[in-house]
Design a protein around this ligand. Sequence first.
Ligand code: URA
Length: 230
Amino acid sequence: MRLDALLSRYGYCSRREATGWLKRHQVTYNNKLCTKATDKVEADGILIDGEKLDFPNGIYIALYKPLGYVCSHDESEGDLVYDLLPFQWTKRNPAIASVGRLDKETSGLLLITDDGQFIHRMTSPKHLVEKVYLAETEADIPASAVELFAEGSLTLQGENKPCAPAKLDILSPRVCKLTLTEGKYHQVRRMLAAVGAPVSKLSRIAIGALSLDNLQLEEGEWIEIDPHLF
Ligand code: URA
């Protein structure tokens, strides 16, 4: 591909800016200096100011989303989860996006990628990836909710289909783990509110084989993941 297309693909500058940008940066392809925006190159042999490209074959990361950040590209909504990542990644084309969303007031594991097919596969109802949430509630969680959630007979307000079967582990009267295979809007909060136990604190602690524990992530940190794990 042309060098200007590559620089824009990986978020360094726009195609239009490439000529000016090349005056301020050193780009080599297979150890030869590139001087023109029209030079023909491939991602693998490129060094930019001596560094390889980040994720030349697509970004797949797990981020520990802190409370207060939104899964949106719209700055007017507040602090964005993308603000926690290197700026250049946010300028890539195709753009990075989260795999599903966590509410502003939910923390925990969030996958981010620039691979639209991966997002589609991960969010498809046919692809049953388990997502585990840890919730604290404002009232005691009724034991009857375990069976109600497990049999998949709870229909949330405004929905025309019941929630898929979900596993509820009551860890203490007001703390539970809820494992879902789908991602309806505010699903955990709505399910627990429906059984009289509104959520006061919520975190997603695992997606499939990945968990905050085994990734050893701290809030705000990210790590590369293998998309073939799912
Ligand atoms: N369920 C919710 O209610 N909120 C989230 O952020 C994720 C699942």
